[in-house]
Design a protein around this ligand. Structure first.
Ligand code: BGC
Length: 715
């Protein structure tokens, strides 16, 4: 009986799947038909217009919208402004084609989540997806239907400031996270008013720029491109990413903006991508600087024919494509195909049927209690416990706590770079979070040193200007030194001497990371190293909490401290999440999404390197350095918890090896400590003999397993 029921159920299921595929096909046929009809009505100028994207909503830009010469606007935010511009497109322009409104919603819109490098370390794709769902809900409430995210660039170079925007060094983790972010942004249906179009960027290999210098040159093998840099993009495309952004850099002699091999051969032909590609900001005009186009017309022609359908910001397509069609240099079929791709996404996103944003949503959908809970959980899960010789979790009855450092009472920098509409006022600073966690304790605060901003460093976002943090006036918080005089190391030392424990917040300002924020040194900026050494010299127990968008050179700290946490930039709930972890209300579970170098000279350093012909030797004749270990300070995948785990009973089910090659490997994990905790079980492979040399280890799977003391599981 059970069998019969199962069979009937399976038949219904198959029919159900078949019916869904059939109705999807009908819908997509209908879209193609509507595009055909539109294309027949469009002038060349209107066709070109669909491929043009401008920033802002100046009167001149809106005039272009009226004339059907714009396909998308970005950095126009808020239902009021968006609806006003949309009205011109859909009610006043000749063909009434809606605009798509874009914005860099990189790690949250107003509810700012941990920076992407941090959340990748959670190894928790479900929670990341949930966070991007929140970001999509908030962004769409403000009229944004397209986010320039996820950024899925793999990088092995922490000098590159944009490491902070991606998921780190590993193609497998990067792919899982890329797909999760796309699913979160786009939801089940792109036409859902709470879904945004994802724009996976920067296609491709931008993270491999020479010397970590932003916008620089990349020259890598096809094998490296395919095995390391392409996989997260492929995963995003498979997850349905409706748009991609091409990268700025020169890739193997052919800038990514005109790289037909990656844009057309791989993306369109091999992967069957049917969305569209937008250039990065001004990148079409930059082809002149690259030296691959003699003028703007040639740049536009090369970019479009290589497979970049939309031109961001520089107006090159707007000026050049019309004359190129007229002169016969640009075939109408190429123009039509590009327009078709843009219109297809607009139809799929429901913009023709539902072009406007309900202005009420701005009051109900942004910065909600539920969103803040997701932000706090993801922030807790993004903190890596790097070292803990017994001091953590701290006792909530500790009498006097010194909270020291330039980032301790700083709200703005908790948010990280690219904060969309994030506001410093929404952020919980660490000092505030600690104070709320232990209201009975005496808290002594001292800034210690100022963090001078790196010249020209910026925090991107269109939100309200981020004000300098107000000095803390909360009851029970004693400001030592501030605000009466400039911060001094002496004041910080005095605070430490009076305390039972010191919590020291050091790192980089958020503006020292991100675009055009490469650094040649990984040192703690400003006088922080002196502050650190002076505080350690007091002999008090010290907890170091690092906030940064990249690994820093912390060899001294690692040698002299017993507790270190890497907190990255954790977003609006930073202070609360840090306090949750410090005082044991949450257990650390994040892992390093990158290999943490000892010093800048080790870069590039990554776990999935090749063995070489001389990995070791009893003497000096092997790969490495005379003056430094070749091992990272902390490896990829590393991170501690407040408990211990043991692995046993590894089972390799060889019976499952079929010609298709599936091998099942399982192991038992047991919590052998006194507290509940989460282990990130990681599965690596190594191909010992192959036609080409293979990495020493490659991550192929992982799973978060939460276990009570004594509990065991086979995940
Ligand atoms: C960045 C992109 C970003 C674009 C639009 C560029 O400078 O490289 O990541 O999406 O600006 O703001």
């Amino acid at each position: 009986m059970l069998r019969v029921c199962q069979t009937i159920f399976s038949v219904i299921l198959v029919l159900g799947v078949g019916a869904r595929a059939f109705s999807q096909q009908l819908a997509s046929d209908a879209i193609e038909h509507r595009i055909d009809t539109l294309l027949q009505q469009m002038t060349v100028s209107e066709k070109v217009g669909q491929l043009v994207q401008y920033t802002g909503n100046s009167p001149q830009t809106l005039e272009q919208v009226l004339q059907g010469k714009v396909g998308s606007l970005f950095n126009v935010v808020g239902a009021g402004d968006v609806n006003a511009a949309q009205k011109i497109a859909v009610e006043k322009s000749r063909l009434k084609i809606p605009l798509i409104f874009g914005l860099d919603v990189i790690h949250g819109y107003r509810t700012v989540f941990p920076v992407p490098i941090a959340s990748a370390g959670s190894f928790d794709p479900e929670l990341i997806e949930q966070a991007e769902r929140v970001a999509a809900k908030e962004a769409t409430a403000a009229g944004i239907k397209w986010t320039f995210a996820p950024m899925v660039d793999i990088t092995r170079d922490p000098r590159w400031g944009r490491m902070v925007e991606g998921a780190g060094e590993d193609p497998y983790l990067g792919s899982v996270v890329a797909a999760a972010r796309v699913r979160g942004f786009q939801g089940r249906d792109l036409a859902d008013p709470q879904s945004v179009i994802a724009c996976t960027k920067h296609y491709v290999a931008y993270g491999a720029v020479e010397g970590g210098r932003d916008y620089n040159t990349v020259d890598i093998s096809e094998q490296l491109l395919r095995e390391v840099y392409l996989p997260p993009f492929h995963a995003a495309v498979k997850a349905g990413s409706a748009a991609l952004m091409s990268a700025f850099e020169d890739l193997n002699g052919v800038p990514a903006t005109v790289n037909r091999h990656t844009l057309t051969d791989i993306l369109r032909h091999d992967w069957g991508f049917n969305g569209f590609v937008v250039s990065d900001y001004g990148a079409v005009d930059e082809l002149l600087q690259h030296g691959v186009a003699k003028d703007e017309a040639e740049a536009a022609l090369k970019a479009l024919t290589a497979g970049v359908e939309m031109d961001m910001a520089d107006g090159a397509y707007a000026k050049q494509l019309g004359p190129l069609v007229e002169s016969g240099k640009l075939p109408m079929s190429v123009l039509d195909e590009a327009v078709r791709r843009v219109l297809r996404v607009k139809f799929r996103a429901g913009l023709f049927g539902n072009p406007y944003t309900d202005p009420q949503r701005e009051h109900t959908d942004i910065l909600t209690t539920e969103s803040l809970l997701v932000a706090r959980k993801l922030a807790q899960e993004s903190i890596v416990l790097v070292k803990n010789r017994g001091l953590l979790p701290l006792d909530k009855n500790t009498k006097t706590i010194a909270v020291i450092g330039p980032l301790a009472d700083d709200k703005a920098d908790q948010l990280g770079s690219w904060v969309a509409q994030g506001s410093a006022a929404d952020a919980v600073a660490p000092l505030e979070g600690i104070k709320a966690k232990v209201p009975g304790a005496e808290i002594l605060y001292a800034k210690g040193v100022d963090l001078d901003s790196v010249e020209g460093s910026r925090v991107f976002g269109t939100g309200a200007p981020v004000a300098a943090p107000a000095p803390s006036t909360a009851t029970g918080v004693l400001n030592v030194g501030a605000p009466t005089g400039p911060p001094s190391i002496n004041d910080a030392v005095h605070a430490a001497q009076k305390a039972d424990v010191v919590i020291l917040f050091l790192g980089e300002l958020a503006g020292m990371t991100g675009e055009a924020s490469s650094r040649a040194s990984l040192d703690l900026p400003s006088k922080q190293e002196q502050l650190l050494e002076a505080i350690v010299a007091t002999g008090k127990p010290v907890v170091l909490v690092l906030e940064s968008g990249r690994p820093l050179d912390i060899r001294w700290a690692n040698a002299h401290l017993s507790v270190i946490l890497q907190a990255w930039y954790l977003g609006v709930q930073a202070g609360n999440a840090i306090a949750d972890i410090l005082f044991g209300d949450a257990s650390p579970s994040a892992r390093m999404p990158i290999s943490w170098p000892r010093s800048v000279g080790q870069i590039p350093i990554y776990y999935n390197h090749k063995n070489t012909g001389r990995p070791t030797s009893p003497d000096r004749w092997h790969t490495g350095y005379l003056d430094e270990s070749k091992e990272p300070l902390f490896p990829f995948g590393y991170g501690l918890t407040y408990t211990t785990f043991q692995y046993s009973n590894l089972r390799v089910e060889t019976a499952a090896i079929a010609p298709t090659g599936t091998l099942h490997v399982t192991a038992e994990v047991q919590n052998t400590g006194q507290r509940a905790g989460t282990e990130v079980v990681q599965f690596y492979v190594h191909d010992r003999v192959a036609p080409t040399s293979r990495p020493v280890r490659e991550l192929k799977g992982f799973s978060r397993v939460t276990l009570a003391p004594g509990e065991h599981k086979r995940p």
